[in-house]
Design a protein around this ligand. Sequence first.
Ligand code: ATP
Ligand code: MG
Ligand code: FE
Length: 344
Amino acid sequence: LRILGIETSCDETAAAVVENGRIILGQTIASQIDIHTKFGGVVPEMASRVHVETITQVVEQTLVESGITWSDLDGIAVTCGPGLLGALLVGVSAAKGYALATGLPLIPVHHIAGHVAAALIDNAVDLPFLALVVSGGHTEILSVDEQFVFTRLGGTKDDAAGEAYDKVARMVGLAYPGGPKVDEMAAKGNPVAFSFPRSLIDEDNYDFSFSGLKTSVLNEINQRRQKGDEVPVADLCASFQQAVVEVLVEKAARAMKQTGSNQLVVAGGVAANQGLRKALQERAKQDSFKVHFPPLSLCTDNAAMIAAAGTKALERGLTHDLSLDAYATLSLADWQAGRFPRRA
Ligand code: ATP
Ligand code: MG
Ligand code: FE
């Protein structure tokens, strides 16, 4: 089964061809980071326009690199949500056009199912497993069964982990996207210099909250700026990271114990975080479960993960006709049941 994946939910224009949901034959990622960095974050209208200018070339280049033509493909998988509506629409429209021209099945893919499917590439992990999704817009604990069907155990009530990283980065003057830079600074600082809140850590659920933590960091910065004192960036980053990592590790480890699962997959951009990797690996050893982090290039947005998730969806018969729409918000439950709510 060879699937073309297309991803345009945010600021990466990406395409990939994946065989049997496991092997990447070719992939292209055109990042818009340089464009958005000037504005300190993703500008939605600009993202859409650049996707339009780039998508055809990205797809064609991917087919060439994969050494295949359209007739060698079995389906076209595309991220249809959640994400920036205008950005998603570019990928969905392109995929519909290609499906119409080739007669190939059109497979709608949920962006977070994509992040999780990154773990299937290169046979890294076998289903079933538990997934900790930590991305720019999501922080969730999901149970994933043999059929790649999701059950949501819990998630953030406010900010996502990556969002908190990006906001803290901005507060201490590190450029967008700040997550990796906070990670680097954290390695140079003292993680117990500040005692920031570990929200909901003692609650017996799988929910998270990071907005109080973010406010605490801001308060420390403001107090120093008012007094004209220097802001201890490395210590703030290290203490912030320690608070985030502790909560993520504690809740994930608890979910492993309570569900009896023995494999944890960490997915999404924050899975690249060195502090999180180290702490989860230690905890996994202690509690005797396996933890898997996809390679860094598959943690952030890419289309190979979309093709891998699309393969699983196609195996379950999840395809859509050419009336497929794009959705800024879309639950995993609706997606996997093939319920695509009508937009108002
Ligand atoms: P979503 O997938 O929820 O729609 P997204 O696609 O924007 O959001 P990803 O591409 O999965 O998110 O990840 C980007 C996020 O990961 C950003 O918030 C970025 O700061 C964060 N990130 C990347 N590397 C690191 C790191 N080393 N440490 C912490 N955060 C990181
Ligand atoms: Mg991105
Ligand atoms: Fe993402």
